[in-house]
Design a protein around this ligand. Structure first.
Ligand code: PEP
Ligand code: MG
Length: 888
């Protein structure tokens, strides 16, 4: 195994081994660009060190060999007294982790060589300043000395001399400072600053290895989801100096604007400065364009190199360079980070330039970036007062008056107020309030809590699980950590993209991209460059994707929006949402019915309402498939809360008021009470034990279809049965459904084509998919329940209770309710697809769990060969884009 690569040996595709910086230094070297010679120690060496606590045995000799070759090339030895070779030791992981790990410059300087450097450079001050910097950087990062001690000594030196900037210190001042710095090192570490150049280098290499596991680096990796076991490479590069006088300097540049994507000269330059001075903001930089005036030859060469890099990498590059006495050196390049908007613009610009094709352009953007572009956001320039922070559950920026119950939310919004609904957690009862609100804030629950799922479905901003905010719904107030109390009616702002909660109104700017999807802003000939770019990328994606994209929508309004957003049908209409609000009472009557007559009466009352819902929905989706799912949730969701009801009964008893109805209701609620309602009487089980329920729903679908046909429409309903575990359940429901459809056909004289299929959301259904396909014309994977039952995770509870711990321990990188668990849940999906199609080759396959709109999961569903994904209306553009990316 080889642990060290010369810059001439690597290339840009070796990022795993050489890290991003090392791989790109090698690439530039091979392109013939002026890179100071050097070599890279591999991430493999780092991994050995991190695993075993010592460097691999072969490393020392390999480093020696490469150092010797470098010394030969440079014509001087590391730390050589009369003319020292100096090197930088820089970290460089596969993924850029800016500022998270260590770097040491000027390695090789010592008491012996500082005079040699001064003589060679003809610059006394420069040599002492370099030495001062080495001891400071080395002391802090390698020896672990508190950096403030050096800073204080530096400040003191300036104060003593009556000057304000470093450059005003003369050689003698710096020489004194070096002695002071050495004394600090000796006092703090109990040893002298190492004078042996090779020892300096070896210690610096080890410090870079160690910095991989520094707190800052670990935190950054967790946030960016970078695996913890990659390790970092170490780059040893011969030093060039930008601080040798006015004909020297250092700078950073972009090959195009990382904010807009426009081509041009973007960057900053600082004369007579070294490395970190530019970013540290110690002195004012000048715009890169000014370099043309300062040093035209170097400027022209730099422009030439930037063009070479763009053409070579076929992407925006950012670079670091140094000019040493009129000679330009390239210290780093990489494909540059950019804003979401710039990613879209740059991708289309590169297509126009003929550098990449449409398929490649799709790889340059992500659904996550598109989602970012779709939400209105808070003005970044605004001043804010942070109250607390929760989970970023549904992105967006919402401002409104705090209300603590749904009733008030509805009432206030009717009178024109904008409100934020604040609850400890939400339940189906809060639906009206959620609809009426600008945004929802809860203090409990995770990303799949009721509030989060429903808010995402509605495209409404939501911050959930903000535990540090104490919500007191009784007293209608919320208390923030500092003791700040927010009373009902006070304005708060919540950011669903960051989870932050602010006091007062933070100004919001709308998204032009949503205006475009809504059809209020033109695409191809929009004057907004971003909209134009998004339009083009969507066209590429739609042109190439195999997966269809449908919407989860329960009403005509959502359906219409979904259609504008490009939905090719409805993949899940949850009919339970049609039984809330005032209709709840009818459902209550149905559940409480003692006799067939009572039950038939209740069903008879529901039928026309249900039918009217479907007529609207089929009209909105005319010509496109609409998958209607028969009633699914446990019945208790329609009944009053057991505790509330008990209190009511007890009160009535005490007051000797009539309470027959309440008592009857209470008895029914007791009877229906379940320990695990999610595993209880729900889904197809309801249809099998409540006579006439599913028949009523099927009749409503059939009659609505017939009515639409009569009106000249093209309804395409599909009937879907939830929570099926065995084919027998499905067969019974199918028989009844077919009978009802035949009746409606006969009565209306209309031939109806109503395919009947099932959700696959229980492990047993997935395992017996081959049998179930005998009775199902389509499958829709309910990956919410499937994840719940495969893992044994209660979808309503776990994210708030122990998922944080699981994420921290790295058991999974992301909640399996958010991104499909490929190995477990995914493998069941894969085998069910195979078994289902073996039974019925033309079986239609889709997914309607939350995963249908998750970028990574969309790629999985493409791979396993589903026909469509279905997701909430607002996620449709993201799913379209990702389906296009998956196919590209
Ligand atoms: C599912 O379980 O994935 C699903 C879509 O159904 P629901 O979320 O309504 O249970
Ligand atoms: Mg389900």
């Amino acid at each position: 195994q080889k642990f060290v690569y010369d810059f001439t040996e690597g290339n840009k595709d070796l990022k795993d081994l050489l890290g991003g910086k090392g791989a790109n230094l090698a690439e530039m070297t091979n392109l013939g660009l002026p890179v100071p010679p050097g070599f890279t120690i591999t991430t493999e060496a780092c991994k050995v060190y991190l695993d075993s606590g010592t460097e691999p045995v072969a490393l020392r000799d390999e480093v020696s060999a490469h150092l010797e070759a470098l010394e030969k090339q440079m014509g001087k030895k590391l730390g050589q007294a009369d003319d020292p070779l100096l090197v930088s030791v820089r970290s460089g992981a596969k993924f850029s982790m800016p500022g998270m790990m260590d770097t040491v410059l000027n390695i090789g300087l010592s008491d012996a060589s500082v005079a040699g450097l001064a003589a060679q450079a003809g610059e006394e001050r420069f040599a002492w300043d370099s030495y001062r910097r080495l001891i400071q950087m080395f002391g802090k990062t390698v020896l672990g000395v508190d950096g403030d001690l050096f800073e204080e000594a530096l400040d003191e030196a300036k104060r003593a001399k009556g000057v304000t900037t470093d450059v005003e210190l003369a050689a003698a001042d710096l020489q004194r400072l070096v002695e002071e710095f050495k004394a600090i090192v000796a006092k703090e570490t109990g040893r002298d600053f190492p004078q042996e150049p090779r020892e300096q280098m070896d210690l610096a290499i080890r410090a870079v290895f160690d910095s991989w596991n520094g707190d800052r680096a670990k935190l950054y990796r967790r946030q960016e989801r970078i695996p913890g076991d990659l390790g970092t490479a170490v780059n040893i590069c011969s030093m060039v100096f930008g601080n040798l006088g006015p004909d020297s300097g250092t700078g950073v540049a972009f090959t195009r604007d990382p904010a807009s994507g426009h081509q041009g000269v973007y960057g900053d330059y600082l004369q007579n400065a070294q490395g970190e001075d530019v970013v540290a903001g110690i002195r004012n930089t000048v715009p890169l364009a000014d370099l043309e005036r300062i040093d035209k030859a170097s400027y022209d060469q730099l422009m030439q190199i930037m063009e070479t890099l763009e053409t070579h990498y076929k992407d925006l590059c950012d670079i670091e360079f140094t000019i040493e006495r009129g000679k330009l050196w390239m210290l780093q390049t990489r494909v540059g980070k950019r804003t979401a908007g710039a990613a879209f613009r740059i991708a289309t610009q590169l297509v126009d330039q003929g550098l990449i094709d449409e398929a490649e352009a799709l790889q340059r953007v992500t659904g996550g970036q598109l989602a970012q572009l779709m939400f209105p956001r808070f003005d970044e320039k605004a001043k804010t007062e942070l109250l607390g922070r929760g989970i970023a559950a549904s992105p967006g920026a919402a401002v409104g008056k705090a209300v603590f119950d749904s009733y008030t939310a509805v009432k206030w919004s009717r009178s024109g107020e904008k409100v934020i609904l604040i609850r400890r957690e939400t339940n189906p009862d809060d639906l009206d309030g959620m609809i009426a609100s600008e945004g929802i804030l809860t203090s409990r629950g995770g990303k799949t809590s009721h509030a989060a799922v429903v808010a995402r479905g509605m495209g409404k901003t939501c911050v959930c699980g903000a535990e540090e905010l104490e919500v007191d719904t009784k007293r209608r107030r919320m208390t923030a950590p500092g003791g700040v109390v927010i009373e009902e009616g006070e304005v708060v702002s919540i950011d669903g993209s960051t989870g932050k909660v602010y006091l007062g109104e933070v100004p919001v700017v709308p998204s032009p991209v949503v205006e475009y999807f809504e059809g209020r802003e033109r695409g191809a000939d929009s004057t907004d460059e971003l909209v134009q770019a998004v339009h083009r990328m969507m066209t590429y994606a739609d042109g190439g994707r195999r997966l269809q994209v449908r919407a989860n929508a329960d009403n005509a309004e959502d359906a219409a929006r979904a259609r504008r957003f490009g939905a090719q049908g409805i993949g899940l209409c949850r009919t339970e949402h049609m039984f809330l609000g005032e209709r709840r009472e009818m459902v209550e009557r149905l559940i409480l019915a003692d006799t067939d007559a009572e039950r038939d009466e209740a069903l008879g009352a529901l039928l026309p309402l249900q039918k009217a819902d479907f007529v609207e929905l089929f009209e909105a989706m005319d010509g496109l498939p609409v998958t209607v799912r028969l009633l699914d949730p446990p019945l208790h969701e329609f009944l009053p809360d057991i505790t509330d009801l008990s209190v009511r009964v007890a009160l009535a008893e005490a007051r000797r008021e009539p309470h027959e109805n309440e008592l009857r209701l209470l008895q029914a609620v007791h009877k229906l009470h379940e320990q695990n309602p999610m595993l209880g009487l729900r889904g197809v089980r309801l249809g099998l034990v409540i006579p006439g329920l599913f028949a009523m729903q099927v009749r409503a679908i059939a009659e609505a279809s017939a009515e639409r046909v009569a009106a000249g429409g093209d309804p395409r309903a599909e009937i879907m049965i939830p929570l099926v575990g065995t084919v027998q359940e499905l067969e019974i429901v199918r028989e009844e459904a077919e009978r009802v459809i035949a009746e409606v056909e006969a009565a209306t004289g209309t031939g109806l084509k109503l395919p009947l299929g099932t959700m696959i959301e229980l492990p047993r259904a997935a395992l017996t998919a081959g049998q179930i396909a005998e009775a199902a014309e389509f499958f829709s994977f309910g990956t919410n329940d499937l994840t719940q039952t495969v893992w044994g995770f209660s979808r309503d509870d776990v994210e708030a209770s122990f998922f944080t711990a699981y994420l921290e321990k790295g058991i999974f990188g992301v909640s399996p309710f958010e991104t499909i668990d490929r190995d477990g849940v995914g493998s069941l999906v894969r085998s069910a697809v195979k078994a289902g199609r073996a039974t019925r080759p033309d079986l239609k396959l889709g997914v309607c769990g939350e995963h249908g709109g998750d970028p990574e999961s969309v790629h999985f569903f493409h791979e396993v060969g589903l026909d469509y994904v279905s997701c909430s209306p607002f996620r449709i553009p993201v799913a379209r884009l990702e389906a296009g990316r998956a196919a590209a």
